[in-house]
Each structure stands twice: as C-alpha cells, then as structure tokens.
Design a binder for this molecule. Structure first.
Ligand SMILES: N[C@@H](CCC(=O)N[C@@H](CS)C(=O)NCC(=O)O)C(=O)O
Length: 234
C-alpha cells in the first residue's frame, strides 16, 4: 500500500495520475500547504524539503522496512520501477522517457511555477519578471510542441514523462498561453485529459480541496520562507 502525502497542486496531481493509471492501492494523507502542514515534524521526516508530494511505500519490493520518497520525479520513477508500468525496460526507450521526465522536473515545472508566482501572486507586478517567465514558459511549450510533432506521446508509449508534464499544462491560461498556438501540445493535452485515470485523479483532488492554495493569508506561509523552519515546525 502506498501512502501519498498530497495537496491539490500540479506536483501532487502527477502522483495521483500514476497511482490511478497503474491501479495501485493507495491512501491519501492531505498536507494542507496553505496552513503550514508541510512544516510538521512528521512530514519533514519524509520530505525534508517541506514540499509535497511524498510517499511511503508500506510494502516495498525487497520486503524490508517501509520506504519513503520525496520529489515528484523520484516518486514517479520509484513507482514505475515498482510496478513495471509506464517506463520501458530497454536502454534506449528508457533514456528517452527519463530525459523528458528530467526536462519537466528541471524546466517546465520550475519555470511555470515562477510564471504563476510573478504573474498571479507577487504583490508587486514586475513587468520584467512576468515577461521573463511567460516567455520562458512559452519557449518550453514550443520545445514540447516540436517534440510532439508526429508523436502521440512524449517518449514512445504513454509514460511517466507525460504524467509529469500534463499537470503543468493544465493551467496554460493562467500562464498567459493559448493551446491554439501549440497544436501538437493541444492534441496531446486533449488525449490525456480524456483518460479515465486522469479524470479520477482530478476528481480525488476535488474531494480533498476546492479552494485556491494561494490566498493572501497563505502567501505569507508559502512565499515568506527563509533558511529556518517557521515556528509551526518546531
Ligand atoms: N521539485 C518538487 C517541487 C514540489 C513543490 O514545489 N511542491 C509545492 C506544491 S506544488 C509545495 O509543496 N509547496 C509548499 C511550500 O512552498 O511550502 C517536486 O517536484 O516534488
């Protein structure tokens, strides 16, 4: 059984998509990052970066003690290896998936995250920062669009590379982008959105939380972090 420490954000959705697709038994432990639950010592013990998602695998393949994993890319890789699903075994096919998984983790996710921050949440609207991150997100959409030309999915069959990228394309309008400008991304996006497992994953999110994660109050918790843990974590 997989215990998923989760909140209703793109990085959280990556893991519910995998678990629903692979039909793995799991239970969700909500970590309300708007309220500072990410600083609870029990959560930090498995996710020292105070970020969701994280998992505990209570039945690891080696039969030993439970295994915990943080970082969504590492979680997807762990689950793919555990289940033998959504990551091909052959050297060349596997590296195709992994390089696009890491592209999402190092590029699309962080840049779209900064786009959201400066475009929507920053108390000052800084034109340079907004322009920089909207352009960089658009550049990454362009990379993905070219990659998807003549391909159904990002790397061979539907894989953890698609699952990692899709939740970061869902908020394209908030990112200042139009899918009409990226026709291959638009086709891929519609195909993934129609998958029953993806719909189940987003339905789970709606069951857990329907209010925005970033509000005036939670912005201080989410964007005021420095090197030390806040008082709620001590
Ligand atoms: N690289 C990390 C990023 C995770 C991340 O940024 N999680 C956000 C929600 S999407 C979070 O937990 N934020 C809590 C905070 O900022 O304190 C991953 O992919 O798992």
């Amino acid at each position: 059984m997989i215990e998923l420490f989760y909140w209703t954000t793109p990085n959280g959705h990556k893991v519910t998509i995998f678990l629903e697709e692979a039909e793995v038994e799991y239970r969700i432990t909500p970590v309300n990052i708007s309220e500072g639950a990410q600083f609870a010592p029990a959560f930090l013990a498995i996710s020292p970066n105070n970020r969701i998602p994280a998992i505990i695998d209570h039945a690891p393949a080696d039969g030993g003690a439970p295994v915990s994993v943080f970082e969504s890319g590492a979680i997807l890789l762990y689950l793919a290896e555990k289940t033998g699903r959504f990551l091909p075994a052959g050297l060349r096919d596997r590296v195709e998936v992994l390089q696009w998984l890491f592209w999402q983790m190092g590029g699309l996710g962080p840049m779209a995250g900064q786009n959201h921050h400066f475009k929507q949440y920053a108390p000052e609207k800084l034109p340079y920062a907004i322009d920089r991150y909207v352009k960089e997100t658009a550049r990454l959409y362009g990379v993905l669009d070219r990659r998807l030309a003549g391909r159904e999915f990002i790397a061979g069959d539907y894989s953890i590379a698609d699952m990692a990228s899709y939740p970061w394309i869902v908020p394209h309008r908030r990112q200042g982008l139009r899918l009409e400008d990226f026709p291959n991304v638009a086709r891929w996006f519609a195909a993934i959105r129609a998958r029953p497992a993806v719909q189940r994953a987003y339905a789970r999110a709606d069951e857990i939380n329907r209010v925005p994660t970033v509000t005036e109050r939670s912005a201080a918790i989410l964007f005021g972090q420095g090197p030390d843990l806040p008082p709620t974590g001590t």
